[in-house]
Design a protein around this ligand. Structure first.
Ligand code: APR
Length: 302
């Protein structure tokens, strides 16, 4: 089984010095690639956002392509940019009641308070800057790398990352619950300042923040699951800065044959070390640039 290393020992150099990772492909049948069509069914309207198409799969769908990297990130990726995580001792859910600001029925019950909460988060995100971990991931832009994030702060895109799937939406978006349109708003937008009406269907009081609340569907989850199920033994999946309390990663990664990495500040009961090939605990700004170096070398030789 893989190695659990406390940060400080450089696992990436250790890993590079090890005999080549046995390419499990020899023992494992390739998983048939699962192509997820981008959502072309949505009738596009001016400045309307469709759910980001899974275009990277165009490359991922061809079984003879080289190794691919799936990165799955959470709030820990942005912690060193000054943004609160959710479940750490100083996390958001220690200061705010999740039931009042992050559930679909709480939004229906008290739209102004919910908009005020996300207006505040949008303003804080607007002042934050991508850190070294965001920039390191952005430096991997290419058809072989997809970055999935649970974060809604837009910092990966601010760092220049392209193939980003925002599983839980983005703070600089609003969404209409009547016609399901989504649209961008400025980072300083204050949705709580005036009654919201959908610019597409004009229905009033049905506009919510463009982030996924508990209790409502997450449209990108199916495509995300297919990305994991399409991973092959020569690919890699890296989980960074998440407690794993919301995405069922233990289940999703159970049969994944790719090289599995966990880079996290602290252990999490929802992400036991023995489900990964390599586990490194430490700060994302230290670990992610190292991981990126490892991937550059590994992906050339795999
Ligand atoms: N570097 C790396 N990891 C870090 C750092 C850091 N500097 N700081 C914190 N972490 C790790 C913590 O150890 C923890 O495991 O980040 C993780 C944060 O976990 P959560 O606060 O639960 O955040 P996350 O996993 O992203 O939450 C998932 O829950 O409430 C919902 O929608 C919300 O997207 C969010 C989802």
């Amino acid at each position: 089984m893989g190695s659990t290393i406390k940060c400080g020992m450089n696992i990436f150099k250790w890993f590079r010095s090890q005999p080549k990772v046995t390419n499990k492909a020899s023992t494992q049948k390739f998983l048939p690639p699962i192509v997820v069509k981008s959502d072309t069914s949505v009738k596009l309207k001016p400045s309307q956002i469709t759910h980001p198409s899974l275009t990277p799969l165009g490359y991922w769908a061809k079984p003879d392509q080289g190794p691919r990297l799936l990165v799955i990130t959470g709030a820990g990726l942005s912690a060193e940019s000054g943004l609160s995580t959710f479940r750490d001792n100083d996390g958001l859910w220690k200061k705010y009641n999740i039931d009042e600001v992050c559930r679909i029925n709480s939004w229906e019950r008290n739209q102004k308070q919910v908009h005020e909460f996300y207006d505040a988060l949008r303003g804080i995100a607007n002042q934050s800057k991508p850190n070294g971990a965001h920039h390191a991931l952005a430096s991997l832009n290419g058809p072989d790398v997809v970055v999935v994030t649970q974060n809604v702060d837009g910092l990966l895109e601010k760092a220049g990352a392209e193939n980003v799937l925002n599983l839980h939406g983005r703070l600089d978006r609003l969404q209409c619950m009547a016609c399901d349109s989504q649209w961008n708003v400025p980072w300083l937008y204050q949705a709580s300042a005036l009654p919201q009406k959908c610019p597409f269907c004009s229905v009033p009081h049905k506009v919510k923040p463009g982030v996924v609340f508990f209790g409502e569907p997450a449209p990108l989850y199916r495509g995300f699951h297919n990305l994991i199920f399409g991973l092959r033994p020569q690919d890699a999946v890296v989980v960074i800065g998440t407690a794993g309390s919301v995405l069922p990663l233990r289940l999703l990664l159970a049969n994944c044959q790719a090289n599995k990495w966990l880079l996290n500040k602290d252990p999490s009961p929802d992400l036991p070390a023995n489900m990964f090939d390599n586990v490194v605990y430490g700060n994302a700004t230290v670990l992610v640039p190292e991981l990126v170096e490892w991937w550059r070398e590994y992906s050339k030789t795999a």
